[in-house]
Design a protein around this ligand. Structure first.
Ligand SMILES: [Fe+2]
Length: 451
């Protein structure tokens, strides 16, 4: 619960913000930023589309959303799409789509974040697309829709990038994508960027990924570090980066009031559920905001848990994968997340969730808990390293751990099992196992030999 002073601070913050929002969706003033965020940003927007990102607001078999950024002078949001053939698309093959944009003022720079949704697509088909304002276009990029036939695909799972992204994370995501050629999407377990990194951090993230986000869709979850630390002198205030909400076009099937953050995507026999675990950051002296209207309180646990149960209960898919940032079971000392464990773990077991993908601890750990329990994994991709508590908490639930490595994972979805391979940053396999679920919903983790 918040004390009176926190409410007063919040009320003032909301009033100032609402006054500022007359002409723009999101405004960040210089005074909002902490000192380290004041550095000069080399990633300013221009008329040419950048930060182009594929995500899903609809069925991955028949739709594809594209988001991108321009400067504030660009008032049109257009997409063009054609089937991929051996020839460049001709005028008669191209379909034009109109989209929309939202504004972000970052200190003194106005950017527009655009979205188009390509719909009515053919399943299992490659397309070419480009986005722009009719004058300044992106290059033609390609993507592939999901098949209507279940299973037989792979995806990449990555933990925290977080810090020194350009310097040290760039080659990891590029290596992952080259290694797992054919992966259908990349799932991020939060801490995409640095809380003190400002817009610069997002610039690094997009530069690191290069063309990858324009070609391979993402399924993100947000972490604590995806919340910018505001320079509020009274109270430690964290606000979800507006860029986080603007960069992804998510399905909107989550709980009312949070459906831009919490959602599920069904992809070829798997339900992927993305949850918001940052209520774990609520503590005395700390305020967490999603935007100028939404304060994170304990209510988000109950609202989310009720919704989670409904999407687990009404799930036609064989497999279920959950992704969020804070681990159900930590592998580091004094980093347990009791609130989410108490709320979600029983549901994961009751509804035979196969795999729970997490981040936050900056190390590698995985293990299964309970017969019907999912396999829990923690991984990270960036250069920040955390130490395992090998004699304490990690012992109780892990069957494989690692530290001091940057990593990525490829997960193959097959009809009779999930095959999980964890790679070190140099491409060497560090861990490999299968997850098999029987007809009663019991889950078995089967170890596979690694060198
Ligand atoms: Fe984190």
């Amino acid at each position: 619960m918040f004390d009176n002073m926190r409410y007063v601070v919040l009320l003032v913050l909301v009033m100032v913000w609402q006054y500022s929002c007359v002409n723009a969706q999101h405004i960040i003033h210089l005074a909002d930023l902490s000192e380290e965020q004041h550095e000069i940003n080399p990633y300013l927007s221009t008329k040419v589309p950048d930060r182009i990102m594929l995500s899903w607001s609809g069925d991955p078999a028949t739709s594809q959303s594209v988001t991108w950024r321009t400067d504030g002078s660009v008032l049109n949001s257009y997409g063009q799409i054609a089937r991929l053939t051996a020839m460049p698309p001709e005028a008669g093959d191209i379909k034009d789509i109109s989209g929309s944009y939202k504004s972000l003022v970052w200190v003194s720079d106005l950017s527009h974040y655009h979205t188009v949704r390509f719909e009515g697509l053919e399943p299992g088909t490659w397309y070419l697309y480009r986005v722009g304002d009719g004058e300044h276009w992106s290059e033609w990029n390609r993507f592939r829709t999901a098949s209507q036939v279940p299973y037989n695909f792979s995806f990449i799972y990555m933990g925290d990038a977080q810090n020194d992204i350009r310097e040290y994370w760039s080659h990891v995501i590029r290596g992952a994508t080259m290694n797992a050629a054919g992966a259908r999407f990349i799932l991020f377990a939060g801490d995409l960027v640095l809380s003190s990194g400002g817009d610069y951090s997002w610039g690094e993230w997009f530069e690191g990924a290069g063309w990858i986000f324009r070609t391979i869709p993402t399924i993100p979850a947000s972490g604590n570090s995806d919340h910018i630390r505001l320079g509020d002198p009274e109270i430690d205030t964290r606000l979800l980066y507006p860029q986080y909400l603007l960069n992804f076009d998510t399905p909107g099937n989550g709980p009312i009031g949070f459906d831009d953050l919490i959602y599920y995507v069904d992809y070829q026999g798997v339900r992927f559920i993305s949850l918001y675990s940052n209520f774990e950051s609520i503590e005395p002296g700390k305020l967490v905001l999603i935007d100028h209207e939404r304060v994170v309180t304990e209510d988000i646990i109950h609202i989310q848990t009720e919704w989670l149960e409904s999407v687990l209960r009404n799930n036609p898919n064989k497999y279920t994968v959950a992704v969020f940032h804070h681990p159900v079971h930590s592998a580091r000392k004094d980093r347990e997340n009791d609130r989410l464990r108490e709320a979600w773990k029983p549901l994961f077991e009751r509804y035979s969730v196969d795999l729970v993908l997490q981040g936050h601890d900056h190390l590698y750990a995985r293990g299964q808990i309970g017969e019907r329990g999912p396999v829990y994994m923690i991984s990270h991709a960036g250069p920040k390293m955390g130490n395992l508590d090998e004699t304490g908490v990690a012992l109780h639930w892990t069957s494989k751990t690692g530290e001091n490595m940057q990593m990525w994972q490829e997960i193959e979805v097959l009809e009779d099992h999930l095959l999980v391979t964890a790679f070190k940053e140099d491409g060497v396999v560090y861990d490999k196992f299968k997850i098999v679920k029987d007809t009663s919903g019991n889950i078995s983790l089967i170890e596979l030999q690694t060198k």
